[in-house]
Ligand binder design. Structure first.
Ligand SMILES: Nc1ncnc2c1ncn2[C@@H]1O[C@H](COP(=O)(O)OP(=O)(O)OP(=O)(O)O)[C@@H](O)[C@H]1O
Length: 252
């Protein structure tokens, strides 16, 4: 089942074309990693898909009202700013806002979901701490939890694992993968190609002003495409504990 579609999407910022003619269909159940070198346009692609920046072409999400969009897509931007001194528990609960009745009371069912996600994101010990005073990685986990609690059919996250320690990077990718396996569509931009290789069902490689590869991780992470897009040599092997991918050297 199609979760969202982009048709001939293009973004030009300050007279510079970032990418053009990107057409994609993302389906329910897919865990899609968006990869590409710095400045390739990963953030711009996600923001344009959400209708947050001017673009050419179409995105099936761009014309939703703000409320409908918040009920359809949980969006985790790269900038992680927690402006208010709310507790972690309250911050996560804010993810339910698009679903609340006008009285604003949190229903019991919602509280159970909030508790479950706090547990899943390993935030139990932090739940009564002021979110604005957590470390960068702890704040990232709280913001991911807020997005997960939104309980939407689509999840989009811009570099969600940046700044997390290895254990929390892995557990966060597993949470996203579980959400995809449960039938949601997940799109995450990633610089860690090892995590992308292990946890994504599909990779989209953005470079040279467009999508230059789209398919299963083993295909997109090929030596040729990695040399062409990132200028790196790589080591990639299927092991008993899953695919292992390691960038090796800068080439060319
Ligand atoms: N507000 C803006 N005005 C002008 N140019 C911009 C603006 N935002 C981004 N750009 C430019 O657009 C290009 C794509 O940026 P974008 O942040 O989408 O890339 P990215 O692939 O997400 O990069 P990174 O991996 O470094 O996060 C870059 O060259 C960037 O300098």
């Amino acid at each position: 089942m199609t979760a969202f579609e982009l048709r001939d999407l293009g973004v030009t910022l300050r007279n510079r074309e970032v990418f053009r003619r990107v057409s994609l269909t993302i389906s329910a159940g897919e865990m899609v990693g968006l990869i590409g070198p710095n400045g390739a346009g990963k953030t711009s692609l996600m923001r344009a898909a959400l209708g947050l920046i001017p673009h050419s072409g179409q995105s099936s999400l761009a014309n939703l009202t703000a409320r409908d969009r918040a009920r359809t897509v949980a969006w985790m931007p790269q900038a992680r700013e927690i402006a208010w001194p709310v507790t972690v528990e309250r911050l996560v609960a804010l993810g339910r806002l698009p679903h609340l009745s006008p009285t604003g009371a949190i229903p019991e069912r919602d509280q159970a979901l909030i508790d479950q996600v706090i547990d899943r994101m390993d935030l139990g010990a932090l739940r009564l701490r002021a979110a604005s005073r957590l470390s960068g990685g702890e704040q990232a986990r709280a913001l991911i939890a807020r997005a997960v609690v939104q309980d939407t059919p689509i999840l989009m996250a811009d570099e969600p694992t940046a700044g997390l320690d290895p254990a929390h990077q892995i557990s966060t990718m597993k949470v996203f993968r579980d959400l995809a396996d449960e039938g949601r569509a997940v799109l995450v931009s990633l610089h860690d190609l090892g995590l992308a290789a292990r946890h994504c069902t599909r990779l989209i490689l953005l470079a040279e002003g467009g999508v230059i590869a789209d398919g299963p991780p083993a295909q997109v992470l090929s030596a040729n495409l990695m040399a062409r897009s990132f200028g790196i040599s790589v080591w990639h092997e299927n092991t008993v504990s899953g695919p292992v991918f390691q960038p090796l050297e800068v080439v060319g």
